[in-house]
Design a protein around this ligand. Structure first.
Ligand code: WQD
Length: 341
């Protein structure tokens, strides 16, 4: 069976994707510099799958180290590139770190792929490239206009997509699938892997679960004066396991040479928008746990509302994110209880 190189594979989405790849019979080698994850994640993957994925502690900004991986694992037939810095507000404070890491890691991976005759890459992108879609573009499909990025993080995703397109134009052997994630949440049903935010969580759900378990005093809801039904922001929250499965579909499509274009783009969302307050109230309902919260002012850089039109991924990838939100929120809660036990 083919081997897939998963960069950033001990991270949140990378680890869940590795599980799904291995359970579909793919061999996996993970490279990760462990700057934002720990090798204990490999034990979690092994506990689910039954075998441990190959792992090399490598920084994707180190061309020789990446080259050595391709030399060692000569059966690599595709790459899924997750490795990147991903904290939106940190990117505002440290733009140079983000541009160096997120751009150079992709460039290095693409260079080493070419040098080692590997021509299939799945790239982890984000709906943040759409900014705040205009009303006529909601729900947002892949033809919605790319808007000026609101953060260096978002800009690195846009530039990465352009790098991939330009390289594909120059190198006709390259096939790329760009996956634009909406808001990944939840944890594997086994509670063996999940989200491990560093420090104070920036994202909504880990902050909710840490408040529910008593680690945080209260959740701050950043604004209830938006032009939405309950005034809080709307997002498309997608179960991380459903998201992981989309990556397997994307790999299969490329390895089976079913891709109709050199570069294909898919929005990965549920197609359903939920507000912050809806998420919060549903979480409290399904867990029976009260989550103290306070409505505060808006967070700089937040967009008001975005959710996906996932028809292309549904019809072309043959993939659908259909896990009920109640089960997703419960999976996050079980994971929080597990890591605090
Ligand atoms: C969701 C909603 C907040 C925390 C970002 C990136 C995206 C991806 C996911 C990396 C917003 C509100 C949040 C809190 C709150 N990043 N919120 N209190 O900003 O939609 O997306 O993270 O992969 O690319 O853009 O996600 O979870 O931070 O916020 O009220 O303590 O929850 O205001 O409306 P976001 P988020």
């Amino acid at each position: 069976m083919a081997r897939i190189l998963v960069t950033g594979g001990t991270g949140y989405i990378g680890s869940h994707t590795t599980v799904e790849l291995m359970q579909q019979g793919y061999d996996v080698v993970i490279i990760d510099n462990l700057s934002n994850s720990t090798s204990a994640v490999l034990d979690g993957i092994a506990a689910i799958v039954g075998t441990r994925p190959a792992f090399e502690q490598v920084d994707c900004n180190d061309p020789q180290a990446v080259a050595d991986v391709f030399t060692k694992y000569t059966d690599i037939q595709g790459v899924i590139h997750f490795a990147a810095s991903k904290a939106v507000n940190e990117s505002v404070e440290q733009p140079l770190k983000y541009y160096r890491n997120n751009l150079m890691s992709l460039i290095t991976v693409l260079e080493q792929m070419k040098a080692h005759n590997v021509h299939n890459i799945v790239f982890s992108s984000s709906c943040t490239v759409y900014g705040q879609p205009a009303e006529e573009h909601l729900p947002v499909d892949e033809t919605a206009p790319i808007q000026v990025a609101l953060s260096p993080y978002g800009n690195t995703k846009q530039i990465n997509e352009e790098i991939i397109r330009d390289e594909a134009h120059a190198n006709t052997q390259l096939h790329a699938t760009i996956l634009r994630y909406f808001n990944p949440i939840g944890a594997h049903p086994s509670a063996m892997i999940g989200e491990l935010p560093n420090g104070v969580p920036q994202n909504l759900l880990p902050f909710v679960t840490q408040t529910a378990i008593g680690l945080r005093k209260e959740l701050k809801v950043f604004g209830d004066d938006y032009n939405t039904p309950d005034g809080s922001c709307i997002r498309d929250y997608i179960y991380v396991v459903d998201l992981a499965k989309a990556h397997v579909k994307a790999v299969e499509r490329m390895l089976n040479r079913q891709a109709t274009e050199q570069v294909e783009v898919f929005n990965l969302g549920t197609g359903r928008g939920l507000s912050v307050l809806e998420i919060l109230k549903t979480f409290m309902q399904v867990t029976g746990v009260n989550v103290p919260y306070q409505i505060v002012g808006r967070r700089e850089g937040d967009i008001e509302q975005v959710w996906a039109k996932p028809d292309k991924a549904n019809n072309v990838l043959g993939w659908k994110a259909d896990t009920p939100i109640e089960d997703v929120l419960l999976s996050a809660w079980r994971w929080e209880q597990k890591i605090r036990s």
